[in-house]
Every structure is written in structure tokens, then in C-alpha cells.
Ligand binder design. Structure first.
Ligand SMILES: Cc1cc2nc3c(=O)[nH]c(=O)nc-3n(C[C@H](O)[C@H](O)[C@H](O)COP(=O)(O)OP(=O)(O)OC[C@H]3O[C@@H](n4cnc5c(N)ncnc54)[C@H](O)[C@@H]3O)c2cc1C
Length: 376
């Protein structure tokens, strides 16, 4: 007789792997279905920024909860995934940016997140390697970065060790609802997978899974253009960014400098993403403007990945309005790595407890229906 799982998870990125782990911790039987290998799409190829500041207020409850999981990774999954609390500095180009950072600081404070405003002289004194011309900055000392290649596989391994059925090379082709059971057809297995609840964490492919249930939203694709240099002596302390979303830079513990700016190209049907040479050149120039000592550092490689982007730049996280037992979390719009651990914890709570203490206000898939209605 076919086993009926409590929960089936589609997609082995960080959101899905964290869901599987947290569902097992809560005692549910869980199967995770991943087309390729866990963490090979956006979750494994991103910049590695683990920052709370700079986020829309709707994301901050998740970001806050995630931050506490990030500092507990060693206990949770047996590896810290190189999570390092370096702080995140968001630089202001002018007084208008400074005013924006001051407003954002109060929003962060409302969510229990402390950020310190710095003037131009503070930047020169504390971060002398940063180039001239910035009016000031906001420093969130508890933000940092991690090695994305380690995180989703680490959650998957921990979930498997607790008894989750993690199935890689398992592409979901079709889903049928038979009474209160989801029956999931795989490309490589004639036996369907059956579960009472279904979690859609299919990343840039999430909207196409949601559409199978009439949950229709527009999810575009984006491909942040990334670069890595040869290792150099320790230079850059915090994870650096700038108002307006231009260049962002961090240095890993072994010395490589990773930076990103602009977009490459991605074809999600072909599972292919490529950086663009001109964008890479512009990013390198912007990196040197921000940290002039990078001028003679060798650029080793550029790359990008396939990320889903919602029209308002916020992810969809929460239950389906049309199908009981179905939950979505996709379209993280370029900033879901930091959120991933908490997204999994919350999805497990929604599936098993029926509610979560973490607010998802503003992230429901239904917000797009409302937006459509207001334009009628
Ligand atoms: C280049 C780049 C840089 C980024 N930098 C940052 C950053 O610094 N900080 C930050 O917070 N965020 C960043 N992001 C965003 C972040 O990486 C993503 O938001 C996050 O990893 C999304 O996780 P996910 O689990 O939702 O999706 P994914 O990691 O894409 O996982 C979805 C999985 O679903 C699988 N799947 C899809 N369809 C099917 C199917 N039919 N059957 C089976 N499996 C399926 C896919 O194979 C994939 O593995 C960046 C993204 C990119 C691309």
C-alpha cells in the first residue's frame, strides 16, 4: 500500500529543505521532491548576504526569526555554514539617502533590530578602505554573510538524518487532488507520491506549481550578476551595500572578495543563467569606486542564478486561497537567502499547528487579487 506522508515539499532550495527539517522536528512524516540536487538553484549560487536591514517591513518578522536560526545553525544542522556576523553597512549617497536610512532605522527598531547611523567622518574612521563621496551610512551590527553552497544541503542532510525522505533527481510533473490527498506524479518514478499537505517551495518555478491550483500570479525571473576575485589579505570587514541598490561587496574568511551589481540573463525553462560581460565590467568599476584598493585585484569568475521576482518585490508566503492543505513560499525577489531558515520553520508550523507566531502580513498570494480589483 502506498505510504501517505503528512507533508510533501516541492523544491529543495533553502526554503524547502528548512521546511523538511522543521516538519521532522515537529514529528511530521515528510518527503521532499527536488528536480536536481538540493541547493543547486538560487539557494546555492547567491551572494551569501544575511542582512535584515534594507528589507520591506512585511519581511522583517521573518528576517528577525531567521536571524536567530542563523546563529544557531551549528546546533540545528551541525555546521555554521560559515555564517559570520560582520555587520552590514548600507552607504548613503546623499542627504536624501540619509533621511531614508533614518526612517528605516525606526522601522527596524519596531521589529527589535538595532541599526546605528554613521556620518561621513565615522565611515572614514571606522572603514578607511571605503572610497570617498558617501554622506553617511547605517550599520546593522548583527547582520553578516554565509556560504550559500553549504546551507540548503546542510538543512537537507539534517532533515534526512531525522528521517525525512529527501528525493533528489525527482521532478514533479503533475499533481492531482484525490479527496483530501495530494497525489504527485514524478518524471522518474511511476508510483505517485501521496501526502495530506503540500508545500510549494519551487523558487522561480513556484508560480507555475501554484497555477495548477488556480493560484495565478505573475512571477518574473531575475538573475543578479555576481563576481568573485582572487583571495587577498583581510581588508573589508562588514558586508557593504548602498542605498538605491547598486553595488554590494563582502570578503570571505579565506580572502576572496565577492561583489554583485546589475543583472545577467536567465531562461528558467532551459535551467540556464549567464552573467553579462558589460554588466560585470560595470560592476567591477563600481566595486573599485566603493573600495579603491580592489583596483589591482584579479577577477576570477562571474556567475548568476535563476530567481523568481514578484511584481512588488516581496515573496509569496502562506496558504493557498483555493486549496486546503496547500502552502506556497516562492518569488523571493533577490533576497530570500536570509529568510530561508525561518520560512521553513513557519511553513512547518502552518502545516502542523495551523498557525505561526511569525507574522506573514503583506506576503499572502491574495494581495495580487486585491491589487487587480482596485484597478477595475
Ligand atoms: C545570484 C543571486 C544572488 C542572491 N543574493 C542574495 C543575498 O545575498 N541574500 C539573500 O537573502 N538572497 C539572495 N538571493 C536570493 C536567494 O538566493 C533566493 O531568494 C532563495 O535562495 C530562494 O530559495 P528557494 O528555496 O525559494 O528557491 P531555490 O533555491 O531556487 O529552490 C527551488 C528549488 O525548486 C526546485 N524545483 C522547481 N520546480 C520543481 C519541480 N517541478 N520538481 C522538483 N523540483 C523543482 C528547483 O530545482 C530548485 O532547487 C540571490 C539570488 C541569486 C540568484
Amino acid at each position: 500500500m502506498t505510504k501517505i506522508f503528512d507533508i510533501a515539499v516541492i523544491g529543495g532550495g533553502l526554503a524547502g529543505c528548512s521546511t523538511a527539517l522543521h516538519a521532522r522536528i515537529k514529528g511530521a512524516s515528510v518527503v521532499l521532491l527536488e528536480r536536481g540536487r538540493c541547493g543547486t538553484q538560487a539557494s546555492g549560487v547567491n551572494y551569501g548576504g544575511v542582512r535584515q536591514q534594507g528589507r520591506h517591513s512585511a519581511e522583517l518578522p521573518l528576517a528577525r526569526r531567521s536571524r536567530s536560526i542563523w546563529s544557531n545553525l551549528e546546533t540545528l544542522i551541525g555546521s555554521d555554514c560559515e555564517f559570520t556576523v560582520t555587520g552590514h553597512v548600507k552607504l548613503a549617497r546623499n542627504d536624501a539617502d540619509m533621511a531614508e536610512l533614518a526612517v528605516h532605522r525606526t522601522v527596524l527598531r519596531d521589529h527589535g533590530i538595532h541599526a546605528e547611523l554613521l556620518g561621513a567622518s565615522d565611515i572614514r574612521r571606522r572603514f578607511p578602505y571605503i572610497g570617498p563621496g558617501y554622506a553617511g551610512a547605517s550599520l546593522c551590527a548583527e547582520d553578516g554573510h554565509a556560504n550559500p553552497r553549504l546551507v540548503a544541503p546542510g538543512f537537507a542532510r539534517a532533515a534526512r538524518a531525522l528521517g525525512a525522505d529527501i528525493r533528489e533527481q525527482s521532478q514533479v510533473e503533475a499533481i492531482h487532488v484525490l479527496g483530501d490527498i495530494f497525489s504527485v506524479t514524478l518524471a522518474n518514478d511511476p508510483a505517485p507520491v501521496k501526502a495530506r499537505q503540500l508545500v510549494n517551495t519551487a523558487g522561480a518555478w513556484g508560480a507555475s506549481i501554484a497555477a495548477l491550483f488556480g493560484d495565478c500570479v505573475n512571477e518574473a525571473v531575475m538573475a543578479p550578476n555576481m563576481c568573485v576575485t582572487e583571495p587577498i589579505a583581510p581588508l573589508i570587514g562588514p558586508n557593504l551595500g548602498v542605498c538605491g541598490g547598486g553595488i554590494y561587496i563582502r570578503q570571505t574568511a579565506h580572502g576572496s572578495v565577492i561583489f554583485g551589481s546589475g543583472l545577467g540573463t536567465a531562461d528558467r525553462d532551459a535551467l540556464s543563467a549567464r552573467p553579462i560581460a558589460d554588466v560585470t565590467r560595470d560592476a567591477a568599476a563600481a566595486a573599485i569606486a566603493m573600495v579603491p584598493q580592489l583596483a589591482n585585484v584579479l577577477l576570477l569568475r562571474s556567475w548568476t542564478g535563476i530567481e523568481g521576482r514578484m511584481d512588488d518585490g516581496l515573496p509569496v508566503v502562506g496558504p493557498s486561497p483555493n486549496t486546503a492543505g496547500l502552502f506556497h513560499a516562492f518569488g523571493f525577489s533577490g533576497h530570500g537567502f536570509q529568510l530561508g531558515p525561518a520560512v521553513g520553520a513557519v511553513l512547518a508550523e502552518l502545516c502542523i499547528d495551523g498557525h505561526s507566531p511569525t507574522s506573514l502580513h503583506g506576503l499572502s498570494i491574495t494581495r495580487f487579487n486585491r491589487a487587480a480589483n482596485t484597478h477595475v
